[in-house]
Ligand binder design. Structure first.
Ligand code: SIN
Length: 289
């Protein structure tokens, strides 16, 4: 079967057809996929049903993998797999439930945020639980020139503790070890992707303040940018089927999980996360006097 790359949404995202990831992927095909990943931001592979080792091996072809700080959700024999799920076995959740309901890019709260993520659907609800992806190149390009110029030189604080406190207020707080592993970090509001294009770099709940502007002004700017970043024009909605794999580039997309009836349905998703890269700013951060 010939390899096909079909557009998912105007300007970003490709569905890859004609490829069985359970079989060998030759170097030429891999080069095509790597190029598509850089260009498109989101790659969808339907009906793959990889086992856990196969998922990890496939993910490693995109780059080195990293392990999530919430170790209680690394419940497969492969620590590289972070489990997202509402399923409880022997009294213990097998995965993190209600993760990623905010718009975000993975691990933006790290000094070197994850380059990409590869999510494999194992058990999916019959309705709900779609994942939305937004293109941050398109979001940046659609801003007016004055805003682009202003934010090109601004930096913001990303905070895992802030996200965790808001998303999981009803849970045991982060341990000292988890807090120590996730200190607040500063990133540009606009990052340069290796493909040469600029991408808006924001996120709800996780970006807590803009540096160098008054707090109310910074909060208003963040709210405006976060709202603009997810306009329907540049959103692709993925409706999951078991066996799907979606690989996305965290450097030029944001995503958001959506809710489902967790009293009626089970959901089990396995995610691997590609090691990080420090965001490249458009202009260097000013050095404090
Ligand atoms: C995530 O990686 O943020 C989770 C996405 C999802 O579970 O739909």
């Amino acid at each position: 079967m010939a390899l096909e790359l079909l557009p998912l949404h105007p300007g970003f995202g490709l569905e890859v057809r004609g490829l069985d990831l359970n079989g060998p992927v030759d170097a030429a095909t891999w080069a095509t996929l790597a190029d598509a990943f850089q260009r498109a931001g989101v790659l969808v592979f339907r009906g793959q049903h990889l086992d856990e080792a196969g998922h990890v091996a496939f993910s490693r072809r995109f780059g080195a993998l990293q392990v999530h700080v919430l170790k209680q959700f690394l419940t497969t024999p492969h620590p590289e797999i972070y489990v997202l799920s509402n399923v409880v076995r022997e009294g213990k959740p097998i995965g993190n439930h209600k993760e990623g309901l905010n718009w975000h890019s993975d691990w933006s709260y790290k000094a070197e945020p994850a380059v990409g993520s590869i999510l494999h659907a194992r058990v999916c609800p019959a309705e709900g639980a779609d994942t939305l992806f937004a293109c941050m190149h398109q979001a940046y390009a659609a801003l007016d020139a004055a805003t682009q110029q202003r934010i090109d030189s601004l930096f913001a604080v990303h905070s895992y503790a802030t996200y965790y406190g808001r998303a999981f207020a009803d849970r045991t707080p982060l341990s000292d070890e988890q807090r120590a592993a996730t200190p607040d970090v500063v990133h540009p509001l606009v990052r340069l992707h290796p493909n040469g294009r600029k991408a808006l770099y924001v996120g709800r709940e996780v970006v807590k303040e803009v540096l160098g502007v008054a707090p109310e002004e910074g909060a208003a700017l963040l709210d405006r940018l976060n709202t603009h970043a997810v306009r329907p024009e540049w959103i692709y909605r993925h409706q999951w089927q078991p066996g799907d794999i979606v690989a996305w580039d965290n450097r030029n997309t944001m995503h958001q999980a959506t809710d489902y009836d967790d009293t009626k349905y089970s959901r089990i998703m396995h995610r691997t996360t590609l090691a990080g890269e420090k965001p490249v700013p458009v202009r260097p951060m000013p050095v404090a006097a």
